[in-house]
Each structure stands twice: as C-alpha cells, then as structure tokens.
Design a protein around this ligand. Structure first.
Ligand code: NAD
Length: 541
C-alpha cells in the first residue's frame, strides 16, 4: 500500500435469514435444492486455475438418501499433489508481493457473493452434502463463512497496525510477511464455513495453499471454489485436491517447502499429522506452523439453583442440532437430583416432538448423520447402552439406515460418571447424563474437569453467582469456550472466537487476529537516519 492508509469496511455479522414459510429466501433455496438434487455434477480438482480430472472418480450422495447420486468427484494421484505444490510455489512469487488491499478486495468480494448471488446455492449444497436443515446451513455456509471473510480482513489490518515505537533518529517498522513456502489446509465435513475459512485466511495473509477438503463435503466445497474463482483469487493461490488423505499428506509433508498446517478434524488424525511433521523436521526449510482444532467432549453442568426448563432447552439444542455433529455439541451433562425429574420430563417432551427426515422438508429438526461409518459407530454405542447395567436410554435409541443414516436423538442416563459415553467423543445425536447429589456440587465440578481428555466447550447454568464463580474457577482449563447460562454451541465470529485446549487443539481461535498471526512471519526493519562513522563510544574517552 504505497499511496494511502486505507480503512476497510467495519465488519458486522451477517444477519441470519428466517426461511419462514412464504419468505422469498425459502422459495429460492427450495428451488435450488430441487435443481441440484435432481441433477448430477462432475467435480474436478482445481490446480493452477484449471479444472483437473483424472477419470478415477467417486460418487457423492446425500446422507439422508444414500442411494441417490448427485455427482462424482475426481481423485488425485501423487503427480497432481506435486503439481499443486509446484503451482502454489510459482504463484507465491506474485501473490506474496500483492498489496494487502488487493487481497482484502478479493475476500470481501467473496463475502458479498455468498451474501447475495451464491447464498441459495451454498446453502442448498450444504443441505445436500452434509444433511443440514436450512437453518443450520444458513448459520454455517452463508453467515459464518461471510463473517470469517469480513472479520478476517479487519483483523488483518489490526495486525498490520501493530507497530513498535520509533525515535527521532531510528524508524522501526514491522512487516508481516507471509510464510516462506506453501501451506496446507485439511478441513472437516461438518462446517462449510470452516472448509472455506481455513484456506482463505491463510491466502488472505499472503500465503499460497494446497487445500484438501473432506470426502463428505466435496459437493459444497465445489461451491466455495466457484466463489473464490469468481471473487478473483489468482491461479495457483488456492489449489484443491481430493482423494487418499494419507498419500496427499505424505506428498505435502515430504516437501522441504511445506511451511504450515491448518487442520480441523479429529484428535487422533491431528496428533498423527503433528508426529509426521516432527519426523520430517530436518527436511524443512522453516519450522512449519501447526494449527489444529479437533475433538471435544463438551459439557453442561446445572447447579441446584438453575431453572429446569432452561437446562432442558440447553441440553436439547446443545446436543441435537445438526445431529450433535458440531465439535461444540453438548455430549455429557451433570444434573443435580433436585432438578432431575423436571429436566427429564422437559427433555423427553422436546425430543419426542422432533421431526426427523430430509432437510428438503423444512419442518424436520433432525436429519441424517454424515456417513455409514458414523452411523455404525453410533448404533454400536447405543446397543451397548441398552445392554449395560449402569446405563439406561430414557428417550430415542432407534436407528435406521435403509434410506438415509438416521439415528434417533438419544439420551442415556448413567450411574457411572466415567461411563464410556461420558468420556468418548461420539460425534452424533447422543448425550449422556449423570445425575449428582445436589450437595456435591464442588466434587462434581472436579469430576467434570477429570473426565475427559478434551477442553473445547462447556456450560454452567445457575442463578447463584457463587456457584457460577466456583465453576468458572474449577473448570478454568476444561474449555476454550465457556458459557454461563447458555448452551455450549453457536459461537459467532467476532463475538466468541472459537477453539479448545488440552487434546482439543492448539486454541488459536478461528475468527480472530490470533489465528491470522500464525500465518505470518514478522520482519523487523530498523532504519537509522544518521549512520555512525566512529566505533568509539564516549566512555572510551
Ligand atoms: P476427520 O478427522 O475424519 O477428517 C478431517 C480431515 O482430515 C478430512 O479432510 C479427512 O479427509 C482428513 N484425514 C483423515 N485421515 C487423514 C490422514 N490419515 N491424514 C491426513 N488427513 C486425514 O474429521 P471429520 O469427521 O471430518 O470431522 C469431525 C471431527 O472434527 C470431530 O472430531 C470434531 O470434533 C472435529 N471438529 C473440530 C472443530 C473445532 O473447531 N475444534 C470444528 C469442526 C470439527
């Protein structure tokens, strides 16, 4: 930026549209859904600005109708990954020198494209690919992705403004260089917004990217690619490859120019990737940045002073929206015995009122889980709960994969606070509740702290400030996002930057300046105006 200190538009959160019956947005998304569902697309990879097909394809099907095919996508061979890396490094020469306002312009444009002409398309694609209800698609694929793109531009300029002190004879400047080499984004199935944000925020900071989306999200990843193209991301800056994650990762991480991993997904995979980077460390030209947001075993604790209806609503929304497939979804709850009868009654009433089915029918609150692997795993845990003496299913417990991967929202009550489903991330519509003696609040908080390896989200509900204070202190390290009198899901970009600690991740807070800082390498420049000509200091006489 040579000719002005430019202000970027002040970022505001994208308003969530209602999709109420009769609204124009509902009509638009329903029509788009039908058109997309009833046709087939062929999704190429995208390398150096070109569509790349390999002929080696896999089909794509909606989780709620798994025999129905909506298209195919092409799988990479090693040579395609090598090409993506080479292309990215070539593109870096121009992109890393591009003035920031040009980069900002591209991603602000992408946000506006999603807010307007692509809104129905990205929502419908997310409903089809990930089986989201229209509301879940809207808050993810449209609003959260728009927010990421807009707020990141603002955070980027905040970072650039961060400058050291200078004196009259020495001017100190910091420039926030992109990382040397190329970066690698590996994204999960569950949020279209995360899939778009991980590569975009690194590119925004001047980096070049190889992006590997989840196999279960390719249909909506294709819409993201189309938007980036139309917004003007130059060829080679973001390259998309599909296929065998091990081969792709091995190829990426074997490159001496690999300079950063931006991962969101499961904990085990992240740890394996970290280990692989460690094993290759002597081969790299720089120390790769590693950012990973992974699993959770997110909790709700109710104190005896809480309102039972509020607790039940937090459980029902926190555990079952998007079938519990949010990393922040509540999956264990600790309820005091004085509230239990009421909470139980309200939760059962609510769960029985849910309608389950295709997201095309907008009266459905519950749709399908992502794939057969997830379905089978959840069914196994539900069957075990039916058989185990220390567990009881109080509502739900049925499942059916004949048409789609449908699991009934299920509430398990256990007498064993360390029961398997109190500790293990299941990533589905299953919550386990432990009813505790209301006089044992402090002991229960310790139990919450010690029960899981994760520390992503958690919530305390209480009307007593002392109880809230005690939970805030005792649970300090149990959650990167901690909620008081709310459900533990629904973080909004710019309001509640998101990320967890312990096994949940590096806690670099997606949707904040902290995350963007990981993708730059500051260079300090000191300029001296009157350069000394004599080495002797005054003390030498
Ligand atoms: P996943 O770990 O199965 O897949 C994530 C990505 O890793 C995908 O692109 C996948 O293809 C890739 N992958 C799989 N195996 C790999 C390997 N051996 N090498 C390299 N890459 C590999 O996760 P998922 O099922 O897509 O997403 C669900 C998980 O993500 C849950 O654990 C959830 O908690 C977590 N998640 C966390 C956050 C967060 O912000 N903390 C957000 C969303 C999801």
């Amino acid at each position: 930026m040579g000719k002005g200190f430019f202000n970027v538009p002040i970022a505001v959160n994208e308003p969530v549209m209602s999709y109420a019956p009769g609204s124009p947005e509902r009509e638009a998304v329903s029509k788009t859904y039908k058109d997309m569902f009833n046709s087939q697309i062929d999704v190429p990879m995208y390398i150096n600005g070109k569509d790349v097909t390999t002929g080696n394809t896999r089909t794509m099907s909606p989780p709620h109708d798994h025999k129905h095919i909506v298209g195919t996508y092409h799988l990479a061979e090693k040579k395609h990954v090598d090409e993506a890396i080479a292309t990215a490094l070539e593109a870096r020469k121009a992109w890393s020198q591009m003035p920031w306002e040009q980069r900002a312009g591209i991603f602000l444009k992408a946000a506006e494209l999603i807010a307007g002409p692509f809104r129905a398309k990205i929502n419908a694609a997310t409903m089809i690919a990930q089986s989201k209800t229209i509301h879940q698609a809207e808050i993810d694929a449209a609003c959260e992705l728009i927010d990421f793109l807009r707020f990141n531009v603002q955070f980027m300029t905040d970072i650039y403004m961060e400058q050291p002190e200078s004196t009259s004879d020495a001017w100190n400047r910091v420039e926030y260089r992109p990382l040397e080499g190329f970066t690698y984004a590996v994204t999960p199935f569950n949020f279209t917004a995360i899939a778009g944000n991980l590569p975009a925020c690194m590119a925004l900071m001047g980096n070049v990217v190889v992006w590997k989306p989840s196999d279960s999200q390719i249909y909506s990843a294709k819409v993201i690619m189309d938007i980036f193209k139309e917004a003007g991301v130059p060829d080679g800056v973001i390259n998309v490859v599909f296929g065998d994650p091990v081969m792709i990762t091995d190829t990426v991480m074997a490159s001496p120019d690999f300079s950063g991993l931006h991962f969101t997904g499961s904990t085990y995979i992240f740890k394996e990737l970290w280990k692989q980077i460690g094993n290759n460390i002597h081969n790299y030209k720089t120390y790769p940045r590693i950012v990973g947001e992974t699993g959770g075993k997110d909790f709700i604790v109710a104190h005896k002073t809480a309102n039972a209806k509020q607790v039940a609503t937090a459980i029902v929304r926190g555990a079952f929206e998007f079938q519990g497939q949010k990393c922040s979804a509540a999956s264990r709850a600790y309820i005091p015995n004085n509230l239990w009868n009421d909470v139980k009654k309200y939760v059962i009433e609510d769960v029985k009122s849910f309608k389950m089915g295709s997201p095309e029918d907008m009266s459905n609150f519950i749709t399908a889980v992502i794939h057969e692997g997830s379905f089978d795993k959840l069914a196994k845990y539900i069957d075990a709960a039916k058989a185990d003496a220390d567990a009881e299913i109080i509502v739900g417990g049925n499942y059916d994969k004949s048409k789609g991967y449908f699991i009934e929202p299920t509430v398990i009550v256990t007498t064993n606070p360390k029961y398997s489903t109190m500790c293990t991330e299941l990533f589905g519509p299953v919550i386990t509740i432990y009813v505790y003696d209301d006089n044992k609040y402090s002991e229960t908080l310790k139990l919450v702290d010690e029960t899981s390896e994760y520390a992503l989200t958690g919530a305390i509900l209480s009307t007593c400030r002392y109880a809230i204070e005690e939970a805030t202190k005792t649970l300090q390290n149990c959650a990167g996002n901690f909620y008081i009198n709310d459900k533990p899901t629904g973080a909004v970009v710019g309001q509640q930057p998101f990320g967890g600690a312990r096994a949940s991740g590096t806690n670099d807070k997606a949707g904040s300046a902290q995350n963007l800082l990981r993708w730059v390498s500051p260079r300090m420049i000191k300029e001296t105006f009157v350069t000394p000509t004599n080495y002797r200091y005054p003390f030498l006489g």
